[in-house]
Ligand binder design. Structure first.
Ligand code: PLP
Length: 295
């Protein structure tokens, strides 16, 4: 079984019905050249993506990821993706991957080539890095100013906040800054003092038995892992809520996690160098649930 799959996809219109979707994919060797140098995704980061967890033969939460891809396309004014085509591409990659172990399936929809066919699209599947340390022992975070307030998305839609764009240079810089400060990861804070999200994760906190996450009202991404964990918590009879969370409420919470599709739940163990309560049992329960097949 291959450990890597790369599919180049010829995007079809959202409402187009194609019987042989397989004919719109071309499998290529990831080590071979496959994209043109004129790609706007590489030149300008002008495109969108999704990363889907693949656990023991099952692609997790495909529909929520595809819905978010569609929403990102809308925000970025890219042609609406044909979800059936993406589903078929994910199914093709899933069938090729080993049935045990963890992988990440990445979907990319780019604005394409300047003056050329648009958009371009591809899928890559690769083994996930070993996530045990973060899942079992948690992560130390720093809080970093995101540079805009909670109202920025509405006031300035051209910032494309709320879309999962390929422009992740700032997100990666924030992780480097965390490492420089002796931590592992970052919690972004709005300029008006509210918890937003991590550079590659959503934030969930627990206070007095209530689980909260910042409302995904535009300036942050709506995480598929957070959504799934809220369903799990509600089924357990717990109270969950979306609300504005002032940064001091995170500092004094009973427990908190960064959650995302491949790393899953990483409990926060320190904030800005101050030790923070880590709930090992609850984190283990979250990850046991997140590793079960989820649709
Ligand atoms: N927020 C940002 C900025 C992200 O990049 C991600 C995932 O990469 C998330 C939140 C979490 O989303 P998901 O749980 O769907 O992986």
């Amino acid at each position: 079984m291959p450990e890597n799959v790369t599919l180049l996809i010829t995007p079809i219109a959202a409402d187009e019905e194609v019987v042989d979707l397989e004919a719109t994919f071309r499998e290529v060797d990831a080590s071979e050249p496959a994209l043109r140098v004129g790609e706007l995704s590489t030149q300008r980061g002008d495109g969108i993506f999704e990363t889907i967890g693949f656990v023991d033969g099952h692609a997790q939460e495909v529909r929520p990821h595809l819905e978010r891809l569609r929403n990102s396309a809308r925000i970025c004014e890219l042609p609406e993706p044909n979800l059936a085509q993406w589903e078929a591409a994910i199914a093709r990659a899933s069938a090729a991957l080993p049935t045990t172990g963890e992988y990440g399936i990445k979907l990319v929809l780019s604005r394409g080539i300047e003056h050329g066919p648009t958009p371009t699209a591809w899928l890559t599947a690769n083994p996930a890095a070993d996530q045990r340390a973060a899942r079992e022992h948690g992560v130390r975070v720093v809080t970093l100013d995101r540079g805009y307030d909670r109202g920025a998305a509405e006031r300035a839609p051209w910032l494309l906040l709320g879309a999962k764009t390929l422009s992740y240079a700032v997100n990666m810089a924030a992780i480097r800054e965390a490492k420089r400060r002796g931590a592992d990861d970052t919690v972004f804070v709005s300029s008006d003092g509210y918890v937003m999200e991590g550079p590659t994760s959503s934030v969930i906190l627990r206070r007095d038995g209530v689980y909260s996450t910042p409302a995904p009202t535009g300036a942050i991404l709506h995480g598929t892992t957070q959504l799934s964990l809220f369903e799990y918590l509600e089924a357990r009879g717990e109270r969950v809520e979306y609300r504005d969370v002032p940064i001091d409420e995170l500092r004094s919470a009973d427990a908190a996690w960064l959650v995302s599709s491949v790393r899953l739940a990483a409990g926060i163990t320190a904030i800005d160098g101050v030790p923070f309560p880590f709930d090992a049992d609850e984190t283990a329960a979250f990850n046991a649930y997140l590793l079960t097949p989820r649709d």
